[in-house]
Design a protein around this ligand. Structure first.
Ligand SMILES: *Cc1c(COP(=O)(O)O)cnc(C)c1O
Length: 496
């Protein structure tokens, strides 16, 4: 097979192999790596219908990671989607009140980030070997809560790597924070910042593109890479579960071959939903990709007006992993809808950086028709958790509830009877207080950890092993820094 090459959305012209794109994480000019074309599986789509998750993962990922040998990629897949996942189906599809929930939270950290971060370290290790890279790989990551833990877990103890995670000290749930600061493994570092997720992400991007620190690292035989969803090695594994969801519906006789379905995706950094867009381009019959936002509805406004404007009030919500005003993966969509015009993409991203906003052309806006933007307020989100629980006994986490609530509103506005899958991104056990107090106000006075057993008996779901003794685990990471001091903090950790 010919290689599929990757280049920057901002067009520095250099084409790199898949393994190089994975190792570098972000292009030198600050753009994101995109494949020259999105491969199609249309012709043989239904021959993949009965594959296991792992075999399907191979069929999809091998289209993108063309310089990996079959046994190399299969090994990465085997090491990722193993007993770490609590479901033999990896990503089961559950039906409640006529809607399908694609549960992506059965991995080791109970959030959908595990779907990609359990394989990324293996892809990186393999890529480094292929490229004869001997430098130590330093993973630098900003997290709104779930990425951090999933990345720490994925990279902990992986030879030849170190991982540094920055999180907004007051912007994650109690369980999320505890999961991170108790992380074991002497190659793991966790730092809280006084700032929000966007500050953390902007800080990390700046460090990545600082030549000074990169030179210092080179001398010490170290190099940066990214575990954020800007890394193509995270995006591609996420395409797989869109295929799998479609085939599960097919196998259960819920749909017929070729029948279009919708996905509703609780969105923050636009990585998850972009993977759905790639799946559609590859041939999965998807009608609408419904992009669900919380009160930080910058994407909703963008889809409806064509103006992306991050200059607005930032809300801290009960769905913290979506509290984001700069959706970094949107850059890949901008590139796609501008007909791969890297100059235009760069212009818009520069405007976002310098003026906080940009406007797409009418032509580009027309190409957003694959998407539908919606949002749910805090009250609507809480209400939908209670309503679905009362009706069906199914308990959603807060992020999934944003998506479900948006779907309810979508159905009211647009009479669309297509089968719809809500992408369920976290276990309710990660957000016990917000979930339980949505069902009954009395739980407002309880502690997150106290509610774990109550939630378990109410939902009939066993407490996930990872949560059971979390509150008794020793805190191993206490560092906190100002958002301006992230660079210094990295230099200290790496002893540069
Ligand atoms: C990260 C995350 C999201 C948002 O996904 P993006 O790919 O950033 O859009 C939604 N829900 C949960 C629980 C998450 O962890």
């Amino acid at each position: 097979m010919d290689n599929l090459y990757y280049s920057s959305t901002r067009g520095n012209g250099k084409k790199v192999l898949p393994s190089e794109a994975i190792i570098q994480g972000i292009a030198e000019d600050g753009g994101l790596f995109v494949p020259d074309y999105i491969p199609s599986l249309k012709d043989k789509l239904y021959s993949l219908k009965n594959l296991s998750y792992k075999d399907l993962a191979f069929s999809v990922m091998s289209q993108f990671f063309t310089d990996f040998a079959e046994d190399e990629l299969r090994k990465c897949i085997d090491e990722a989607y193993d007993k770490k996942f609590h479901s033999e189906f990896i990503a089961p599809l559950v039906k409640a009140d006529g809607t399908f929930f694609l549960e992506l939270f059965h991995g080791p950290t109970l959030a959908f980030k595990d779907m990609a971060l359990s394989i990324l370290p293996h892809l990186m290790k393999t890529a480094a070997k292929k490229l004869n890279i001997e430098d130590e790989i330093v993973i630098l990551t900003a997290t709104s809560g779930d990425t951090g833990k999933a990345a720490l877990q994925g990279f902990s103890g992986v030879e030849g790597t170190k991982i540094i995670v920055f999180y907004p000290e007051n912007g994650v749930s109690k369980v999320q924070k505890k999961q991170m600061i108790t992380q074991e493994g002497n190659n793991t570092f966790v730092v809280g910042i006084n700032g929000n997720f966007d500050d953390a992400q902007t800080g990390v991007k700046k460090i990545f593109t600082s030549k000074n620190i990169k030179d210092k690292m080179k001398q010490k035989k170290m190099m940066f890479s990214s575990a954020n969803s800007i890394n193509i090695g995270r995006l591609v594994p996420q395409v797989v579960y869109y295929f799998n969801a479609y085939f599960m519906l097919l196998r259960r006789g819920e749909i017929k071959e070729g029948e279009s379905i919708n996905f509703v995706v609780p969105t923050g950094n636009f990585g998850d939903i972009l993977a759905g867009f790639y799946a559609k381009k590859m041939g999965i019959p998807i009608d609408k990709l419904i992009c669900a936002s919380n009160d930080n509805k910058v994407l909703y406004d963008f889809m409806n007006t064509g103006v992306y404007d991050r200059k607005r009030k930032f809300y801290t919500t009960i769905s913290p992993s979506m509290d984001i005003l700069i959706s970094s993966n949107l850059e890949r969509l901008i590139y796609e809808i501008s007909e791969k015009n890297s100059e235009k993409t760069k212009e818009m991203m520069d405007m976002l950086m310098n003026n906080g906003k940009y406007k797409i052309t009418a032509e580009m806006k027309n190409k957003l028709s694959d998407f539908y933007g919606g949002y749910a307020t805090e009250t609507e989100t809480r209400k939908s958790i209670k309503e679905l629980y009362d009706k069906s006994g199914y308990l959603m986490d807060t992020h999934t509830a944003v998506a479900y609530s948006v779907y309810q509103k979508y159905k009211e506005n647009i009479h669309d009877s297509k089968k719809t899958v809500v992408v369920s991104t976290a276990s309710p056990f990660k957000f016990t207080k917000a979930v339980m107090s949505s069902i009954d106000e009395k739980y407002k006075d309880y502690d997150d950890f106290e509610l774990i057993d109550i939630m378990s008996s109410m939902s009939g779901i066993d407490v996930p092993e990872e949560i059971k003794n979390l509150d008794k685990k020793p805190v191993l990471h206490t560092a906190v820094c100002e958002k301006e001091d992230m660079l210094e903090s990295v230099e200290k950790i790496l002893k540069l």
